[in-house]
Design a protein around this ligand. Structure first.
Ligand code: AMP
Ligand code: ZN
Length: 441
């Protein structure tokens, strides 16, 4: 039985699935306007870890993580990089897929792109207006927060009072300062779609309410994201979903709320806006993907990670010791085995540091236990992370490219992306030109 901390009840709870035959998990994905940094990777690895444990326990798990491909930051970046919104978001989506692959994160089962759901978002807003839970002012549509009496149930906050030390100015068109944007007008230079309220685009919070309901149905089991998403993003998602469906409680939307702690650099949250970011590829000259993976998993997902070179060096040394022990047991298939000590540590709110310590103890005492080894491999060894760049041959590269193209032709994009990530780890970049794939190191 798994225990998971629920940010909604603020306690560790036994995880009781809504339907043990099909577990449903939604976690907020990236806004694709820039490369993901190692802080973002922490959020994605936490969601990946949870999905892997769930998949080890239950026969069917659907893990959905969205791609935000319309947003003001994307519009700014497209001007800065002189790329169309489509080309910019494609570029950073591909980099995201490659980067997560480098540290053994599997692609989510479903990755809905916001711009593929505009029609559904418009219909959702229309319903909210019909129910008098949203109102239009000059091409803006706002959610009327006062209609949802449990607003604040997740974060304990109701007002975004302080932003960078200044009080946020209340836009004159708002009935109430808590009301948030569902739709806003676009000028002719900005991307937009025709709607009953004119040419415009959706607010950020809306996409997750709409896409989680379409892909998973509500209620679903677990909704996740970084701690910073509790407010306002998840609070607003809860308000929208409950208001639109006539529900009172956040649990009618998702039963468990899963949030990861921050990765910090010198006591400050790593974030694009603060400019203190480290990218995954920056680390890969000195460390392998599985060292970075172990460094990220050496802290339990809810605790802050003080990121440092020391942490990485420790992870590298632990990883090397464990891997040289595991080399002898290559034949052991990576698999989640219940009732092992490692599995039990993971079932206790994903206690990865404890699971690593158990493996270290087995290495220390030279104790071989195939079930512990299988479970360790399943969680801590992402696929394809140990490729040594010295070992590459042209034949190998061409073989991988052929495998990738075969996977693409067969519609298996997840596998194709995995192979592309493997090539990238080998410092091989590929480009599809006129039906052929070119590569260079
Ligand atoms: P964004 O692309 O900014 O929406 O962020 C994607 C995910 O990364 C969200 O779940 C954020 O909460 C999470 N995130 C951003 N910065 C950090 C950080 N420094 N540590 C942990 N998670 C983070
Ligand atoms: Zn979201």
């Amino acid at each position: 039985m798994m225990h998971l901390y629920n940010s909604l009840s603020k306690q560790k709870e036994e995880f009781i699935p809504l339907d043990p035959n099909h577990i449903k998990f939604y976690s907020c994905g990236p806004t694709v306007y820039n490369k993901i940094h190692i802080g973002n990777a922490r959020a994605f690895i936490a969601a990946d870890l949870l999905s892997k444990v769930l998949k080890g326990l239950y026969p069917k798990v659907t893990y959905v993580s969205n791609i935000t491909d319309i947003d003001d930051k994307i519009i700014e970046a497209s001007k800065r990089e002189n790329l169309s919104i489509k080309d910019l978001t494609k570029k950073y989506f591909d980099i995201y897929m490659e980067d997560i692959g480098l540290i053994g994160i599997n692609p989510p089962d479903i990755q809905p792109f916001a711009t593929n759901f505009i029609k559904e978002m418009i219909a959702y807003i229309e319903k909210l207006i019909r129910l008098e839970k949203a109102y239009e002012v000059n091409g803006n549509v706002l959610f009327r927060v006062s209609v949802f009496k449990n607003y604040g149930c997740l974060s304990g906050r109701i007002i975004e009072e302080q932003k960078h030390g200044k009080r946020v100015e209340v836009e004159s068109y708002k009935e109430n300062e808590n009301d948030f944007i569902l739709w806003k007008p676009s000028n002719e230079k900005e991307p937009g779609w025709n709607s009953p309220w004119g040419f415009g685009r959706p607010g950020w919070h809306l996409e997750c309410s709409v896409m989680s309901e379409i892909t998973l149905d509500i209620p679903f089991d677990i909704h996740g994201g970084g701690n910073d998403l509790k407010f306002p993003h998840h609070e607003n998602e809860i308000a929208q979903t409950c208001a639109c469906n006539g529900l009172d409680n956040a649990t009618d939307f998702a039963k468990y709320w899963f949030h990861n702690g921050f990765l910090n650099l010198e006591d400050e949250k790593m974030s694009k806006s603060l400019g203190n970011v480290i990218y995954i590829k920056d680390l890969l000259n000195e460390y392998q993907g599985n060292h970075v993976r172990l460094a990220l998993l050496s802290t339990q997902y809810r605790q802050p990670i003080p990121w440092s070179k020391k942490l990485l060096d420790q992870a590298k040394s632990i990883s090397k010791k464990i891997n040289s022990f595991l080399e002898k047991y290559e034949y052991v298939e990576s698999k989640f085995v219940k009732n092992t000590k490692i599995a039990d540590a993971l079932l206790d709110d994903l206690n990865t540091p404890k699971a690593i310590r158990i493996m270290q103890d087995l290495v220390q005492s030279a104790t071989f236990d195939p079930n512990e080894v299988a479970t360790y491999k399943y969680i801590f060894e992402g696929s394809n992370q140990d490729v040594s760049i010295d070992d590459i041959t042209v034949q190998e590269i061409e073989k991988l490219i052929a495998e990738r193209n075969a996977a693409r032709n067969a519609g298996d994009y997840a596998l194709a992306d995995k192979i592309r990530a493997k090539l990238s780890k080998m410092n091989v970049s590929i480009k599809d030109v006129g039906g052929k794939t070119e590569w260079k190191i």
